[in-house]
Every structure is written in C-alpha cells, then in structure tokens.
Design a protein around this ligand. Sequence first.
Ligand SMILES: *Cc1c(COP(=O)(O)O)cnc(C)c1O
Length: 376
Amino acid sequence: MSRIYLSPPDISPQDHASVEAVMASNWIAPTGPALDEFEATVASRVDRSYALALNSGTAALHLALQVLNIQAGDAVICPTLTFAASANPICYLGAEPIFIDSEPLTWNIDPDRIKEALETHKNIKAVIVVHIYGQCAQMDRITELCELHNVPLIEDAAEAFGSSYNGKPAGSMGDFSFFSFNGNKIITTSTGGMLLSNNQERIEKARYLANQAREPVIHYEHKSIGYNYRMSNLLAGLGLSQVADIDRRIAGRRAHFEAYKEALERLPGISFMPLAKPDTANYWLTCLTIDPVESGTTRDQVLAHLDANDIEARPLWKPLHLQPIFQDKISIGGEFAAGLFDRGLCLPSGSGMSNSQRQFVIDSITDKFKQSTQTL
Ligand SMILES: *Cc1c(COP(=O)(O)O)cnc(C)c1O
C-alpha cells in the first residue's frame, strides 16, 4: 500500500475535463472567463456580493488588511491556534498581532479574551477570526464585539469552505472573508485563494492592488505600489470543477471523522475535537487529543508509529505565541492552545481516502494503544 497522506488533493475526471477545456480555449494569459465564473460561483455559494480570485489565501488577507488601511503602530487581533499565514500579513504592513487563546467549545478564538483585548488596547484596528479545522468560531459574540468597538472583522475561512454558522455560510460574515484553495484544503486550485466582501469599492481596490496597481489607461500608469496576486484562468478552471463537487467532499471527510470516532473514542485518553453543531462543520481534518497519563502513550509515540506504517499524521497547529518569530508579541492567554498543541493530532482525512486505508489508520492506532497497555 502506498503512503497515506494527511489531506492530499482529490482530483476527478471532471477536474481533468475542466482544465482541458480552459487549455483548449487558450485563455491562459492569465485572465479569462473561467476566472469570472469562478468568482461568481464562489460568491453566490457563500452569499457574498463581490469576490476576487487570487494566487493564495495569504495574498487575500494581505489585501484585506491593506484596503482597511492597517499600518505601522496599529494592532490586529488574531487567534494563536492557527497557521502562521493568519498573522504574517499583519507584519507585512508593519502592524502588530495580538494573539488570543482558544476556547474549549470549538478550539477557536475566545470571545471573552477578544473583549478583554478591545477594552485594554486602544490601537486595535482589525480582528481576524479563523474557523479552525473547518468549524466556525462563535461569530455572534465576535461580530457584536467588533460592532460595539467599531473595529472591522476579517473571516479567515481558509479551512472552512462549505461550513456554516447559524445558517450563514462560512465566508459570508465580517467585513471581508477569504478562502484558501491550497492543495491541502477541502477544494483546491493547486495554489489559490479568494477575497470576498459585500462592499464593491473595497473589492475593486483589492483587485487594482492585486493587478500591479495598473491604472485603467492604455499605457502602463502607476500611482501606487501594487502586487502580482491574481489567480490564473487555468487554475480557475480547476476551481470550478472542484467547487461543484463540494458536497461529496464534505460527506467523505465527515464519514472519516465518524468512523474514526466510533473506533477510537473508546481507547483510554483519546478525546475528539468537540463539534458544537455537527451539521455545520466541513470536517476538513479529524483532530483529537491523547492524554499521556490515561493512555499510557503519547501523541509523539503515536505519530512515530503511524509514520513507521507509512501514514502521514500531524500535530495540531503550533500556537503562534510559541513561535520563535512571534515570541515578543502580546498574547492574551495561550495555555489552552499550548495544551492542545502538546497533545493534539490530525489524522488522514482526505476525501479521496478509501475505507480500507482509513481502517489501516484505525488499526495502526489501536495496535499502538494495545502495545502501550501491555508494557504498563
Ligand atoms: C491555509 C491557510 C491559510 C493560507 O492560505 P494559502 O492559500 O496557503 O496562502 C491561512 N489561514 C489558515 C487558517 C490556513 O489554514
């Protein structure tokens, strides 16, 4: 059996056909009709008025912060339990991240600590909320706090395409939202992202910056520093077939989560990521924690055992306040997220993973626990 990966791309014959059709059209230079269609499809799927396809989610966040005029001396709230890409663009603009601990209900940014931050730091100019592992954060409270303090809200929905919160799609809330279509996400364009908003002027400003800040004249005229951040029409062709397949992808990942839970929850010391409302998550990755005292083994021993069986698993995100590059930044709490990092594990969750591959992962973990109890 070949190596089982954490979250590899899931490419169907429809994806091949969709990319081939763009190739045949010769719209690869790099804009074209597939890009427009991809933007419109994603925007309508998540109830947004305007969308801008980009070459990464990171680029989307950078543009959102820039359009909101974040600059040196400003502070931006960001959860600590996330990928570094949720915070790096704050630093591109010379602003300072303020990291916030997770809450236990969803593992997302803790609204009580956002409140504390907004009341104590007067230079906070934006809040970034992340829907970690495809489960939405407590958006009602967070939105209310941002409105009360008149601070714009950016939804990092990189991991949450297809999720929802109280009937609202992930990516439909906040002043801006963005998705990532990187190869490991629930739908992919190889690399890619999308910025969304209901404010046309803001999206058009971002589109201008993403396109080298070219002025709308026949020659090359520039009044601002721009970026080369646009998605190619060829990759938008892949995005179109991927987005059409989102329901099957969520169902596949959910089936993995449920089978893992059924088989592994009874092992001593294993707890699954809590799901506040199971029907609203997209099940991007199955995550669990292993308590070393109760289980007689450790997360790292389980990881090593899986690797020896040619199974790729990973620890949860290492909290950003513990990253060497961010060690001098302000962090409000962080102990809960640090505990998750010590004990947390993500299991192979790809929608293309077969049931027999999944069973092999389950058997490998069960074997490791049996060995551990025998040696106690
Ligand atoms: C993947 C990811 C990003 C970055 O997206 P890219 O497309 O890889 O730039 C940002 N935030 C989170 C939470 C992510 O998981």
